[in-house]
Design a protein around this ligand. Structure first.
Ligand code: NAP
Length: 301
């Protein structure tokens, strides 16, 4: 398994002072749709950790103020979601090497008076895909996606974690499809630095070549608020029957993209499994404790 996949695993550290802090929450805009409070609160309660998980709706103009507040001694840290995963990096004291390479942070830990940034989306996605029966689990616990082509929709914070994870899992080729082509090109160039497979960037679906054994991953919010898809049904219909469609969106539980995939008989799953695994990894960063995965999973049913 590649060194980069190993680095994903090594980024977990312990936080012995975690139980002294009681406030943790989700920074983003929007946040009301999030299942993170129920997921994380169940885990804190199960381990008897007196922390409370909150929703912190934070427009871009208030991001600095919100992150600064985390330096107060009652804060354990935070999760970061749309659209702040890239912008928040510059507001933190220390960035984990993996998160730095990815260029996106979704977990902040308040430790020793410093704010540390981590990325758990990357490994969380790989665990989620494995749970859906994709790829193989190597003897060292790493996930391999050799033989697959990944079509990644989006090039924002979550997509950056996904792109690095998919490359580290050894996909044959990675196609990044994004509304703004420059952003896809930038991400492609970053991933290509340590990846032997081919990376393509596109913003026109007419140029999309459907490869067999494709994994299509939606890392855009398109479909969260309206019945629209980030990939036209006519384009999706061109893919082979062995294609798997994964939508990071989990609320609604079946996005328009997943409805279309089901109608076409394609295997598919929503983002609940990724939410679970990225959340479990974040929990370990905050507390130094192994996350009670089954208890957390039960909150999502
Ligand atoms: P982000 O950093 O703001 O990136 C958003 C991406 O979506 C960008 O690539 C953007 O394209 C694209 N996009 C936004 N609106 C669009 C539109 N109307 N049409 C086409 N493309 C559009 O957000 P993020 O943090 O990456 O989050 C993306 C999604 O993933 C959110 O729905 C989030 O909830 C979800 N997510 C789920 C999990 C999970 O655990 N299940 C984890 C992480 C994220 P441009 O670059 O062209 O602007």
């Amino acid at each position: 398994m590649s060194t980069r996949n190993n680095r994903l695993m090594r980024s977990i550290q312990h936080t012995p002072e975690a139980t002294e802090r009681t406030r943790v929450g989700l920074i983003g805009d929007p946040v009301a749709h999030s299942f993170s409070p129920r997921l994380q609160q169940a885990a804190f309660d199960a381990l008897g950790i007196p922390a409370h998980y909150e929703l912190w709706h934070t427009p871009a103009s208030q991001l600095l103020e919100r992150v600064r507040a985390l330096c107060s001694k009652e804060y354990l840290g935070a999760n970061v979601t749309i659209p702040h995963k890239q912008a928040v990096i510059h507001l933190l004291d220390k960035i984990d090497p993996l998160a730095e390479r990815i260029g996106a942070v979704n977990t902040i830990v308040h430790r020793n008076d410093y704010l540390y940034g981590y990325n758990t989306d990357a490994l969380g996605l790989l665990y989620a895909l494995r749970e859906q029966g994709l790829g193989t689990l190597q003897p060292d616990g790493q996930v391999s996606l050799k033989g697959h082509t990944a079509l990644l929709l989006g090039a924002g914070g979550a997509a950056r974690g996904a792109a690095f994870a998919l490359a580290s899992a050894g996909v044959e080729r990675l196609i990044i499809f994004n509304r703004h082509l420059e952003r896809a090109q930038l991400l492609a160039a970053d991933v290509q630095q340590n990846y032997d497979g081919a990376v393509f960037s596109l913003n026109d679906a007419n140029f999309l070549i459907p490869h067999s054994s494709s994994i299509i991953i939606n890392a855009t919010p398109v479909g969260m608020h309206e019945d629209i898809s980030p990939l036209e049904p006519e384009v999706l219909a061109r893919f082979d029957s062995d294609t798997f469609v994964y939508d990071m969106i989990y609320n609604p539980t079946q996005s328009y993209l997943l409805c279309q995939a089901s109608i076409m008989g394609l295997r598919n799953a929503n983002g609940l499994s990724m939410l679970l695994h990225q959340g479990a990894l974040a929990f370990t960063h905050w507390t130094g404790e192994q996350a009670p995965l089954n208890i957390m999973r039960a909150t999502l049913i």
